[in-house]
Design a protein around this ligand. Structure first.
Ligand SMILES: *[C@@H]1O[C@H](CO)[C@@H](O)[C@H](O)[C@H]1NC(C)=O
Ligand SMILES: *[C@@H]1O[C@H](CO)[C@@H](O)[C@H](O)[C@H]1NC(C)=O
Length: 299
């Protein structure tokens, strides 16, 4: 067992930027710039990665997605994040933004990750769209304005190792994390930009994060928008979260705007898999291996 190759090769220092977006895109992007500058300036030691929440450049409302949507890679948000990653020499997991694909005129809910040189190293289009229609209750149909992506996303975070990424509702589908954590992907973490509300947040946010972490013995990193207290916008739960491969909460934000720091300890993942070896004791003669035939890529 001691020969387990660690999927995370060195400790990773992250900062989660829990902010809320308003109606002005320019102001939202200015806020992102200020928070990332501050995250770097206030960190103890060199920060490796900054993560943004879901919908950081637009209000979280289905009828707004097309209006705020932009081309990737030519849009202004992509340009800004690329510039900030390069300027500060760190990875940026770019939450999610509405993407307008000029080739099919569809709008996707898309997350981009940048390397310290400012290159896009991963692009995930939200796979599972959230559609509900409760008679006498709420109706929220993302599929009216958005199109779902068609693959899981796993990518190489430089020398640290591989990571997987899903957006919000994607966390409720264990398969994406399973596929990321197993061979041949061997991801050490799942990143989930997400915007749960004040009902589903208290009920499921920690539960799902810890479940994905424990099932797969990997880190789960969730970045939420801050709550719009007193405002009339979407009331996000907040509570951005970092969970370790044993299910411990390493760091947790409150509800307002804040920068949440955490260091992912490279020892924890092999330790979790040694002490409870589910990762090595699966019985694919009894049930199927969902990684077979899985569609995964970084773009
Ligand atoms: C992405 O999907 C979520 C639903 O989980 C939606 O609320 C959010 O506004 C979408 N974000 C973007 C940027 O399209
Ligand atoms: C949050 O979302 C759930 C699931 O869609 C819904 O049932 C609930 O009413 C929402 N709560 C609030 C406060 O909007």
């Amino acid at each position: 067992m001691s020969s387990i190759k660690a999927p995370l090769s060195q400790n990773l220092k992250v900062a989660l930027i829990q902010i809320k977006a308003g109606a002005q895109k320019a102001a939202n992007l200015q806020k992102v710039t200020t928070f990332i500058d501050n995250a770097v300036a206030q960190a103890t030691g060199k920060l490796d990665l900054v993560m943004l929440p879901e919908c950081f450049n637009s209000p979280y409302a289905v009828d707004k997605f097309r209006e705020y949507a932009e081309n990737i890679p030519n849009g202004e948000t992509t340009g800004l994040l690329s510039k900030l990653a390069k300027q500060h020499g760190l990875y940026i997991v770019g939450g999610s933004i509405p993407e307008l694909d000029d080739s099919d005129n569809n709008v996707y809910n898309t997350s981009l990750t940048f390397d310290p040189e400012g290159n896009i190293i991963a692009k995930h289009r939200k796979t599972h769209l959230f559609d509900i229609d409760i008679p006498g209750g709420i109706t929220f149909k993302e599929s009216v304005t958005l199109t779902g992506g068609d693959k899981g996303t796993v990518f190489k975070l430089g020398n640290f190792g591989n990571v997987g990424l899903g957006i919000c509702y994607d966390i409720r589908f264990p398969e994406l994390a399973i596929i990321a954590s197993r061979k041949p992907n061997n991801a050490f973490a799942m990143f989930y930009p997400g915007a749960f509300n004040t009902t589903t947040g208290p009920l499921h946010w920690h539960l799902l994060a810890r479940a994905r972490a424990v099932d797969n013995e990997m880190f789960a990193i969730l970045c939420s928008p801050a709550r719009d207290v007193g405002g009339d916008g979407y009331q996000a739960y907040g509570h951005s979260l970092v969970v370790d491969p044993s299910g411990n909460i390493v760091a947790e934000a409150g509800e307002g705007e804040e920068i949440l720091y955490a260091e992912l300890d490279k020892e924890l993942l092999p330790k979790a898999r040694e002490s409870i070896p589910v990762h090595f004791q699966r019985r694919f003669d009894v049930y199927n291996d969902v990684t077979e035939g899985a569609k995964v890529s970084d773009k």
